[in-house]
Design a binder for this molecule. Structure first.
Ligand code: A3P
Length: 272
């Protein structure tokens, strides 16, 4: 991980770039960066720092596996390569493409309350538009049509987890997809990391001492070999405002889709 061979010379003996053995496929704004950085605390894990967007962007996919491998960190034999691209989860072509790369690859899906996720998604898009001086619409305008939830809103569709997961389960067995509770990861990261280590067949190396609550940030930050690291300010930023009335409509809207998702994964979450 941090004292990684990726920082040493690429020509070093046994280090080479390898295809990922595990991929964080989503969900967007679910805590994918936090999960990746936290897995990277493990000495047997090396991660691709930037999102790769191989299976969801045609221009990248058409370059083939040689290009994909070249985006990966250098690793020693026995180390696990992990990449995260939240866009994979909602991309119809991604499951079959990932399977064709390696049918034994392990998949991590980090989910979060879908209403909170939607507001987080909107907030990110809003922030990007504001920094590019582009016009924007208030969330309520996008979300509601004549007072009712507009099912065509893209960020709403990305929160319909059961629809996307159904496509992955047409290709991958349930056991090959580990679901991480993104809300639990925010509250207390260690237990979620321990479960992920187990799923990845890694010896337990991440410890509660790797995390401390940073009161200024209001989130857990990482500690590893004396280094202290918080995620950047785009992670855990204040959400755009939404009226309580609209938020309640959103929660009501998600009730059925959430139940379908719970049935699919065989567990439930205490979402709004
Ligand atoms: P918010 O910015 O809405 O709070 P992603 O990396 O998939 O884009 O997810 C971003 C989300 O990760 C943030 O959403 C934040 O809530 C969550 N998160 C989880 N653990 C975190 C941590 N330790 N530090 C900062 N953000 C964290």
């Amino acid at each position: 991980s941090s004292s990684s061979p990726s920082s040493s010379s690429p020509s070093h003996n046994a280090t080479q770039q390898r295809l990922p053995g595990a991929i964080i496929i989503g969900v967007r704004k679910g805590g994918t960066r936090a999960l990746l950085e936290m897995l990277n605390l493990h000495p047997d894990v090396e991660v691709a720092k930037a999102e790769v967007h191989y299976f969801n962007v045609e221009e990248h996919y058409s370059r083939g596996l040689t290009w994909y491998r070249a985006q990966m960190p250098f690793t020693l034999p026995g180390q696990l390569t992990v990449e995260k691209t939240p866009g994979y989860f909602a991309t119809p072509q991604a499951p079959a493409r990932v399977w064709n790369m390696n049918p034994a690859v392990r998949l991590l899906l980090i989910v979060r309350d879908p209403a909170e996720r939607l507001v987080s998604d909107y907030t990110q898009v809003l922030h990007n538009r504001l920094t590019r001086h582009k016009p924007y619409q208030p969330l309520e305008e996008l979300l509601l049509l004549k007072g009712h939830i507009d099912p065509s809103y893209k960020a709403l569709q990305r929160s319909l987890y059961h629809q996307h997961l159904a496509r992955w389960l047409e290709v991958f067995p349930r056991e090959q997809i580990h679901v991480v509770d993104g809300d639990a990861l925010i509250r207390d990261p260690f237990p979620e990391l321990r479960k992920a280590e187990r799923f990845l067949d890694l010896p337990p190396r991440i410890s509660p001492d790797n995390f401390y609550y940073n009161t200024t940030k209001g989130f857990y930050c990482l500690l590893s070999s004396g280094h202290d690291k918080c995620l950047d300010e785009s992670k855990g930023r204040p959400h755009a405002p939404l009226s309580l009335q609209a938020f309640k409509k959103l929660c009501h809207y998600f009730r059925k889709p959430n139940q379908l998702f719970f049935d699919m994964v065989g567990r439930s979450f205490s979402w709004c």
